[in-house]
Design a protein around this ligand. Structure first.
Ligand SMILES: [Cu+2]
Length: 376
């Protein structure tokens, strides 16, 4: 057997097993002989690499690099919340299809062997990991430069769930990488381009109770459910949550583009009775979804407010409903640069919109999306 010394220790609920390959020639019999022992750098402390199996049959990250012969200590985690088993097999270049086919052909013998076919082209492999299991695998990267595929050979996964280890070879841009799945090359955009789309997520420049929404146009916004207000708008792709799913501490989703509009930092926009009234108490009450878009519901002091953000052509519209306003409503939306909010109802004065309480049951603020060309 190519790989022996497979230690499995179960600590609490987490499988901590270690696959230690003391001699790189065992890992890479052909290549190592070709290269000669002198070509293999001396082992040092293994470099930590984290690899997770995620919902949607994917490895995260979909690719990583290593120096030729580098000792890697890989923390492999099955973080799939859909309760799927997964494994990890590192293969010789170009062997993915062959090994996936062999694993399928194992039939009834597959589960007991973790769907690892007896093939010398399998360089490293993990156990078949149950959800929420973690395995530490220490291995030496191949001594020969190249692109080494890794794959999950659980039946039905292998054609989708794969990635690449770049050994001593620069990685191409993510969106042009033929060695990773197309969805990974698209950058793990939350919702996979689906619009409209709603995602609760840790968002930059926002509290932990952020709700990100992809509008049916190419616009997106972040709404802060802690502060009950729109925080910013951006154009283009929706959020990339790779870092969040990777759990690297920097848990925030990434915005592919800088917001083109941001709310003032510490300003809640609504006041009742007077434009200068004290900052009100707000409480988030949830949201309802209609046509794929949320209408947020919250309380401002005693008044219940509903708020829905939509995009119409080149305009963002924020529809407010305050069905039982007893006092006049003031909306404080300071203009920033050329970005000026408009309303057909009420009266503006120094960046504050005043709505008689009779008109507050339903009103719309609109903001024109700046021209991309004008931005340049
Ligand atoms: Cu899998």
């Amino acid at each position: 057997m190519l790989l022996q010394g497979f230690l499995a220790l179960v600590c609490g609920g987490i499988l901590r097993s270690q696959q230690t390959v003391p001699d790189s020639r065992k890992l890479q019999p052909v290549e190592a002989e070709k290269a000669g022992p002198a070509a293999t750098p001396k082992p040092k402390a293994g470099r930590a690499v984290r690899l997770a199996m995620r919902d949607g049959l994917r490895f995260d990250p979909p690719r990583f690099t290593a120096a030729a012969g580098e000792l890697i200590e890989m923390e492999l985690e099955n973080a799939d919340t859909t309760h799927q088993q997964h494994n990890f097999l590192l293969l010789k270049p170009g062997k993915r299809d062959e090994v996936v086919t062999q694993a399928l052909a194992m039939g009834d013998a597959g589960p007991s062997k973790g769907f690892v076919p007896p093939n010398p082209d399998v360089l490293v492999y993990s156990a078949l990991l149950e959800p929420e299991r973690l395995q530490i695998i220490t291995f030496r990267a191949p001594a020969d430069k190249g692109v080494y595929p890794f794959v999950c050979t659980f039946p039905g996964h292998g054609m989708i769930m794969y990635g690449a280890l770049y050994v001593g070879t620069p990685m191409p841009p993510l969106d042009k990488d033929p060695n990773i799945p197309p969805i990974a090359a698209a950058g793990f955009v939350v919702g996979r381009g689906q619009r409209p789309f709603i995602q609760r997520m840790f968002m930059p420049e926002c509290g932990p109770a952020a709700i990100a929404v992809a509008l049916p146009s190419d616009q997106n916004y972040c709404w802060d459910a802690g502060q009950c207000r729109l925080r910013y708008l951006w154009r283009g792709a929706f959020i990339d949550a790779t870092d969040h799913w990777r759990g690297k501490g920097a848990d925030l989703a990434r915005l592919p583009e800088e917001p083109w509009w941001r709310a003032p930092q510490e300003e809640f926009p609504l006041r009742f009775g007077s434009a200068d009234a004290a900052r009100p108490q707000v409480k988030f009450l949830g949201y309802q979804v209609a046509d794929g878009l949320p209408e947020f519901h919250y309380r401002v002091n005693d008044a219940e407010v509903f708020e829905k953000v939509t995009a119409k052509g080149e305009e963002i519209a924020v529809q407010f409903r305050i069905p039982a306003a007893k006092e006049d409503v003031f909306v404080r939306v300071a203009a920033s640069g050329n970005l000026v909010w408009h309303s057909l109802a009420g009266e503006w004065s120094h960046g504050v919109l005043r709505l008689p309480h009779t008109q507050a049951s339903q009103f719309v603020l609109t903001l024109r999306v700046p021209d991309i060309a004008a931005k340049q």
